[in-house]
Design a binder for this molecule. Sequence first.
Ligand code: GLN
Ligand code: ZN
Length: 760
Amino acid sequence: MAKIRSSNLGYPRIGKKREWKKALEKFWSGESTEAELLKETKKIRLEGLRKQQEKGIDLIPVGDFSLYDQVLDTSVMFGIVPKRFQNNGGKTSLETYFSIARGTKDAVASEMTKWFNTNYHYIVPEFDDAKPFLAENRLLTFYKEAKEELGIEGKPVILGPITFLKLGKGYKQAEFPQLLQAFLPLYIQVLQELQEAGVNWVQIDEPIFVTDLSQKDLLEIKQAYEAIAKAVPEIKIILQTYFESISSYEYIVNLPVAGVGIDFVHGDSLNDLCEYGFPKDKVLAAGVIDGRNVWRQDLESKLGLVETIGQLVDKDRLIIQPSCSLLHAPVTKKTETTLDPIIKDALSFADEKLEEIVLIVKGVQNGKESIADKLEESKRAIEVLNNSKYRTKTAGQMNADALNADRELPFAKRISIQKEILGLPLLPTTTIGSLPQTTEVRKQRLKWRKGDLSDREYEQYIENEIEKWIRIQEEIGIDVLVHGEFERTDMVEFFGEKLNGFLVTKFGWVQSYGSRCVKPPLIFGEVSFDKPMTVKESVYAQSLTSKRVKGMLTGPITMLNWSFVRDDIPRVDVLNQIAVALRKEVEELERNDIKIIQVDEPALREGLPLKRDKWDEYLNEAVHAFKLSTASVENSTQIHTHMCYSSFGDIFHAISGLDADVISIETSRSHGELITTFEENTYDKEIGLGVYDIHSPRIPGKKEVTENIKRALKTIPANRFWINPDCGLKTRQEPETIAALKIMVEAAKEVRNAQLYVQN
Ligand code: GLN
Ligand code: ZN
């Protein structure tokens, strides 16, 4: 009988308990040698391979492991090292590799940015004057390693040329064809060497194929893959896409490759398949298990999905796999020893997902009966959670549809009421919320978590920090103060620990960038407000000063986008539940006389769907949820929001639609772009532009800050302008923060006093 294969696209590199992170950081701090780092990371890599082998995965990816980022790996493989780090032209040293990612004292790091719609960040390749050459065939190295160490006939994974080039910068669009021509021979060389080594399958990742591509792009793509196919006739190439269905489906699946990998979890791939079919001579690698979520799948329905696919594709040309690399999922649920079994049973992290894949293959191959007990088990686990108290609406839960999502008065009217009550000067100064989280703050929290500090002692410590910083802010002369967020580890986790329906795991880490991992909370049940989450600290801070203290919350869209979300109801329903819960918190703050409340939405933009035609729906839902959280306040209460980017020309309408009285945005690294946005669009509400960059310890000069303010005031009227840093200050040290804020306030005063703005 025809054999269906199981496959994986990539395995988490961070280790079960973030051993990878620890190894890297030890090396960076000089506590270990390069040899020790390589030894430790090899151990982690081999363990991942061994696990995939033990679970019975047929096509195990090799070369997906990285010491930092797979895009950076691709860059250095082809000798793409920015000039400021230039080495001697051969293989890039490990030191240079990390310098590109992290910068040195003489050279700034390469930019990093989000990998498609995930929270993983890649290092942006810099192609300026690129003279690529094959510095090292890392795939060959990893292929051999897996074979020699474990007898694995691995499937090398390489980032495809189209996606690699499109994600980079330093060239004009018109130069794309030439650049591609420069890289193609190198890709071919890599593949030829693999072919010679006897490699059977290669996975070429081209996630860019799920985004909208032009006719010209498609032509380039076709020529490139024709050249590749011709050069390595013995290698079976799987063109791998993920995160959405393929755009230009018919065109892409007919490229001259052995197989195409398609995501059947996100987007409408099944529709495409039914409508346009699939080439008879190709392998379909079907991503049927969600690689980006943590929930167990109902295997029976997955079997059904594969059966449907199997009616259009012969089973011997079918590969079953996760929807994307498991890089985006935590390693194993085994280490979660304190979870309620009702929840734990319904979970599936990377290791468990691989088991699901193997089971599906078995079920299709040998019939449902062969895995009857497992089908039953997965069905039951899901049912038990679904029928549990966690997923039953509570009596007190408000129905989002029944709530008004509009402020009583329009902005133009309510702002004058606010101005009168708040009595702030022209060009008011404020910060984004968090103040330096020193090692001491983290140490105290750890002690409290371990039980070495009583609740009261910890609270006292936090209060002291708040008081210290209220005094500092007063002294500096800031107009709207913050309490400093000392009680929060993370802006999502903090609320995740307090809202009903969320939980925080022990080891559910995923890589965010470099060694930095995040632990997204799990939204496992009905989300609702339990008790006030931020009131105590805000009220305490306000009690210390006659200046206004701004309340501080994380908004519904960011809470959703930075969590693992239950998959049994539509995401928008979860979003609205969060919005309603936050609305209660906003009301609590207001009731306690906090008259300025900031609801942060740094994740709004990154949640944009990969396909443009889905933007409107997403943005409408996002705007509605934000308004649900904030609209019930009095006209006199001022709602702020904050976003960590300024490139929102294309979502300007939605930003304005949030109807926040004040928005603060990161600007200092992109002034030009932002000003153009505001020139081209009318924004009628108040704006705070980041007047200095908080991502480095550098203290800005007063002249520079004044110039930044003056420049913005050419486009934005002074009576609607706020002055603040780019983002929260939690990663900064105390002395540099105080110095920078002093400069900021002095600059604001200078502009105010000298009336360096057009009066409106
Ligand atoms: N209020 C948060 C802080 O200041 C906002 C963080 C963010 O925008 N990512 O840290
Ligand atoms: Zn920010």
